[in-house]
Write a protein that binds this ligand. Structure first.
Ligand SMILES: [Zn+2]
Length: 312
């Protein structure tokens, strides 16, 4: 399971862009070792390529956008989340519009497509990003942090002043199985008043009850209701996995967030990579990143402090 992986054959899919409202065709192709995930805008002269990496993040309002030299691709987080959750390291994504299709608002359609074609190992180990220090960022809305941990774990808490959401808490160690069964189907969500405001400004033009959970002041207005009671916090975890995948490597560490979002997730990666002692890049035989018992108990105390702060 430690070799890099790409898809076995190409995937084609078509869907609406959440913000542009345009029909977008997307083709996903196998890619070579160490190529990572590369987006190619087929509709732009020269077919400019944008590598999915945190250095290329150009905007984090409403969605995560990556761009370079004037070419950008928006709403990459759900597809990136599916690649990361299903262990795909290398792929080329060709699209003929400015954003990745929103599909049903979750990562499940991408997971199904990836499973349909299957993935294959390549002849080189995955690089793994090991978190060696506690790294944390906060703003007036929330906190996001990474701590050393022997697996990729996410603990997330949200707190909305809405009777149906309120506080939701979820903690999970991410494997391809937990990703697919617990996280991938959670849809994006929004509030009716915000949707109306955004659409008046020419945004979220593709947004509908087919690709988002929409809430009025009291409840969910989608006829089918929620896929699970904690769909909201699970979608935030889905987003975070996509945002964190912009490191270009699987992570060995614990991501803890309180009311985080695309902006804080991105700032966290900038802070992580700003100091070399915060991380190590290793392959499978390395012992680095396996904290000893003393370190682990001190880290556990630190994470309890974070939970206490979250619950204050
Ligand atoms: Zn999302």
């Amino acid at each position: 399971m430690n070799l890099q992986r790409t898809i076995k054959r190409e995937i084609f899919c078509r869907g609406i862009g959440l913000h542009s409202g345009r029909k977008i065709n997307m083709k996903i192709l196998p890619a070579g070792i160490d190529e990572g995930i590369v987006f190619i805008r087929r509709d732009v002269p020269g077919h400019s390529a944008v590598t999915a990496c945190f250095e290329n993040v150009s905007d984090t309002t409403l969605a995560t956008t990556i761009g370079i030299n004037g070419t950008s691709v928006s709403t990459v987080e759900h597809l990136m989340s599916a690649f990361s959750g299903m262990g795909v390291d290398n792929a080329i994504v060709e699209i003929d519009g400015p954003e990745v299709p929103i599909m049903d608002g979750s990562a499940l359609p991408f997971v199904s497509l990836l499973k349909d074609v299957g993935t294959r190992p390549q002849k080189k180990d995955k690089k793994i990003l090991v978190i060696n220090n506690v790294v944390s960022v906060s703003d007036y809305t929330g906190t996001a942090m990474l701590l050393p941990f022997p697996a990729f774990k996410i603990t997330y808490k949200i707190d909305f002043k809405h009777p149906l959401i309120g506080q939701q808490f979820y903690s999970v160690t991410i494997t391809d199985i937990t990703y697919e069964t617990e996280i991938s189907a959670a849809r994006t969500f929004g509030f009716l008043k915000d949707v109306e405001y955004l659409q008046a400004k020419g945004l979220a033009l593709g947004g509908s009850l087919k690709n988002a959970v929409v809430l009025n002041d009291k409840t969910v207005i989608n006829k089918e209701g929620l896929r699970c009671a904690d769909e909201f916090v699970k979608h935030k975890i889905l987003d975070a996995i996509g945002d964190l995948s912009l490191t270009g490597m699987p992570i060995k560490g614990h991501f803890i967030a309180y009311k985080s979002g695309h902006k804080l997730n991105h700032l966290l990666l900038k802070e992580l990579f700003a100091h070399k002692e915060n991380y190590a890049v290793v392959s499978r035989y390395s012992k680095e990143g396996n904290a000893d018992a003393g370190q682990m108990s001190s880290l556990r105390r630190q994470s309890f402090k974070v939970f206490d702060a979250m619950n204050a």
